[in-house]
Design a protein around this ligand. Structure first.
Ligand code: CP
Ligand code: NVA
Length: 310
């Protein structure tokens, strides 16, 4: 195996292609074991602290169940109930938690807060979503694509919608593994320029093509995967009405998907808003693999936990 032991998982651009492929391999093995009912207590006696300052269904439940299935203990900590919510520093929180637990998973707003937590923690820190990225989601997505298409390299993924955290991790992940990625966003909602630069640099090494476009039809042309996400992410609730108007032409609907390969996969990290970023006919249609994606959060994260903390 690669050397993920003791490492943080803050962003996919910080991993090598080999590390990503290793996580995916272990994820598939652990999924198989769980389906066959073979116990795999790789984290017996270990505890994961899970800090949430934003809502979650999938991330919370999948990490909690992951620790349980690995024989360890998950400790849910709401940001509001921690002293962090009353002004204790991130650095002190990191140093104190490191005396009790074997790993920390955090979901919060500023990515710099997670980097600071990781800097002061002596145990691995796993990013469960920040405003900047969502690496665990994309690992589960890659596991799902491999299950349905048998490979990642050489496929084309089209991301249509907001240039947000999920878009960023897709850019960085695809560039690492050699998947072609075409992103279409409205003007002013493009992905972060630094993220795109990192992706372009990695793409040169992997042979991937990274395209940042405005036209959703061009992005989905001959795509193997069409991916979208909400138009207003957590923390952007006040912009919801404005975004609804701006993003209307970016809805993934039966008309738009006609440009993709007939056997394209529809993907969405969920939660979804039918009638907004995606039409019900698409997300509830035969090409949709959104619940496989949701399931694979469990398996991909078990691999991350076993490799970093185990
Ligand atoms: N996809 C995802 O991260 O879902 P939650 O917000 O429910 O955790
Ligand atoms: N972009 C969304 C993803 C939710 C899993 C958000 O940040 O709210």
């Amino acid at each position: 195996h690669t050397t993920l032991k003791g490492k943080d998982l803050l962003a996919l651009y910080a991993l090598t292609r080999e590390e990503i492929m290793d996580i995916l391999k272990v994820a598939a093995e652990l999924k198989q074991k769980q389906k066959e009912g073979i116990p795999h207590p790789l984290l017996a006696g270990k505890t994961l602290a899970m800090i949430f300052t934003k809502s979650s269904t999938r991330t919370r439940v999948s990490f909690e169940v992951a620790m349980h299935q690995l024989g360890g203990y998950p400790l849910f900590l709401s940001g509001q109930e921690l002293q962090l919510g009353r002004g204790e520093t991130i650095a002190d929180t990191a140093r104190v938690l490191s005396r009790y637990v074997d790993g920390i998973m955090i979901r919060t707003y500023a990515h710099s807060d997670v980097e600071e937590l990781a800097r002061y923690a002596d145990v691995p820190v796993i990013n469960g979503l920040t405003d900047l990225n969502h690496p665990c989601q994309i690992l589960a997505d890659f596991q799902t694509i491999i299950e349905h298409k048998g490979r990642l390299e050489g496929l084309k993924l089209a991301y249509v919608g907001d240039g947000n955290n999920v878009c960023h991790s897709l850019l960085n992940g695809c560039a690492k593994v050699g998947m072609h990625i075409s992103v279409a966003t409205p003007k002013g909602y493009e992905p972060n320029a630094e993220i795109v630069q990192k992706a372009m640099a990695d793409a040169r090494a992997s042979g991937a093509v990274v395209e940042i476009l405005e036209d959703p039809c061009r992005a989905v042309k001959d795509a193997d995967v069409i991916y979208t996400d909400v138009w207003a992410s957590m923390g952007q609730e006040a912009e919801y009405a404005k975004r609804l108007k701006i993003f209307r032409p970016y809805q993934v609907n039966p008309d738009l998907v006609k440009g993709a390969k007939p056997d394209y996969l529809f993907m969405h990290c969920l939660p979804a808003h039918r009638g907004e970023e995606v039409a019900a006919e698409v997300i509830d249609g035969p090409n949709s693999v959104v619940f496989d994606e949701a399931e694979n959060r469990l398996h991909a994260q078990k691999a991350v936990l076993a490799l970093t903390i185990g």
